[in-house]
Write a protein that binds this ligand. Structure first.
Ligand code: SF4
Length: 403
């Protein structure tokens, strides 16, 4: 049976926002920009990247990503080799989304925050210290993941292709002073930011494994905290699954508000194959146990786990059918929801540089049913997902449905 199209799914799932369905499909199929769409980019006001990908001139500015009319953020980018991407073109002098030549929706490019034009006292441009999403500050204090030290990083992840372990670690780490100054400057802009995210690769070192990673985050969170009068500030840490003592330190020594540790795939056997580093250092059952323990530390509604939705269908060891994959994933998600842990889905993209770069992603219907299933679980267990909603993150079609 052929896959249902986006238009068919809009009719079949009237309770799922058409914006969330479009977003999932754009993330799944990627996007491309026409020269007319790129001509609408103004680096003076828009957030841009300077990458080559599928355009002729490598020095052209490409928008970081898009916003939809309902405020949804679409984290989608041009990727080489994608067969059937959505096309961003110009219509009446504005960016618009097209599929197969047909108009789909209006779009907007992300606007640059005010702090992007400032520098820290050490002379570093602030946009290099902290990047911004439409309503979130993204702090990435450490851009290498040591699960790759013995080649056991996650098979969907391209971090090892971008950051090599032979680089000196000091090159990869950010200075807490630069981060503190940048946060203080960024939050001066009225109404712009709702959250601060910290995330980085796993650092296995320490007396207890991952103590070095915890220490790093504590240093940065303390520096960020200087910008706030209240003891706790709107924040999310996406990190390794820490033990109780490490979680207590994060909660007690910093102003951190919420905690995320990504299981990536909700089945032990697939987890062991797809995330061998996580399996080796912590293990699936212990990762889950630590997530539940984190609810005791940060509270219900302040702990969740991300999955790379669809990666459980990677071959040759993934599930053979979408029906089985969905059933197993939602059953596992329910066991976490019962214990106060939300699951949020990132649409799997077969990134260049990842082990899985040649794989095929599932149908759009799979993502629609997964988004609906995860949101239905949150309703059933009265789990609030504001910590990872469209304002605080913007990457999850399922948490967009919580509005
Ligand atoms: S834990 Fe996995 S997904 Fe995260 S940075 Fe390391 S290899 Fe990549």
């Amino acid at each position: 049976m052929s896959e249902r199209t986006r238009k068919e799914l809009l009719l079949q799932y009237p309770g799922v926002s058409p914006f969330a369905i479009l977003k999932a499909d754009m993330q799944r199929r990627a996007i491309t920009y026409t020269p007319a769409a790129l001509a609408l980019v103004d680096p003076a006001i828009h957030q841009v990247e300077y990458v080559g990908y599928n355009i002729d001139k490598k020095d052209l500015a490409i928008p970081c990503s898009l916003l939809l009319r309902d405020g949804s953020t679409v984290m989608a980018a041009p990727f080489p080799g994608k067969a059937n991407p959505y096309v961003i073109d110009a219509l009446d002098g504005k960016p618009a989304i097209f599929d197969g030549g047909e108009y789909v929706e209006a779009a907007e490019y992300w606007y640059k925050p005010a702090y992007y034009s400032k520098t820290t006292s050490s002379g570093k441009p602030m946009w290099q210290v902290i990047s911004a999403r439409p309503q979130r500050l993204d702090v990435n204090p450490y851009n290498f993941c040591h699960f790759w030290d013995n080649g056991k990083g996650c098979k969907f992840c391209a971090i090892a292709a971008n950051y090599h372990k032979h680089k000196h670690e000091k090159e990869l780490a950010l200075d807490p002073r630069d981060i503190a100054e940048t946060v203080a400057e960024a939050i001066k802009q009225p109404g712009r930011f709702a959250n601060i995210l910290l995330t980085g690769g796993s650092i296995t070192r320490g007396e207890t494994p991952f103590d070095a990673e915890v220490e790093n985050y504590i240093t940065i969170l303390k520096a960020i905290g200087e910008a706030f009068a209240a003891p706790r500030f709107p924040s999310q840490l996406i990190a390794t699954a820490f033990n109780e003592a490490q979680l207590e330190r994060l909660r007690n020594e910093t102003g951190l508000m919420s905690y995320t540790a990504d299981l990536e795939v909700l089945n032990e056997e697939k987890f062991n194959w797809i995330c061998p580093g996580k399996a080796e250092w912590i293990g699936y059952k212990e990762w889950k146990r630590r997530l539940v323990a984190a609810v005791g530390v940060f509270g219900r509604g302040y702990v969740n786990s991300g999955i790379v939705g669809g990666v459980e269908l990677a071959q040759p060891h993934g599930f053979a059918s979408e029906a089985e994959a969905l059933d197993v994933t939602l059953t596992e998600a329910e066991s976490l929801a019962e214990q106060g842990v939300s699951v949020v889905n990132c649409v799997w993209n077969t990134l260049p540089g990842s082990v899985f770069h040649n794989q095929t992603v599932p149908s759009l219907e799979y993502y629609v049913r997964l988004a609906k299933g995860l949101q239905d679980l949150r309703v059933k267990y009265n789990l609030n997902i504001d910590m990872d909603n469209y304002r605080r993150c913007g990457n999850h079609p399922d948490s967009d449905l919580a509005r």
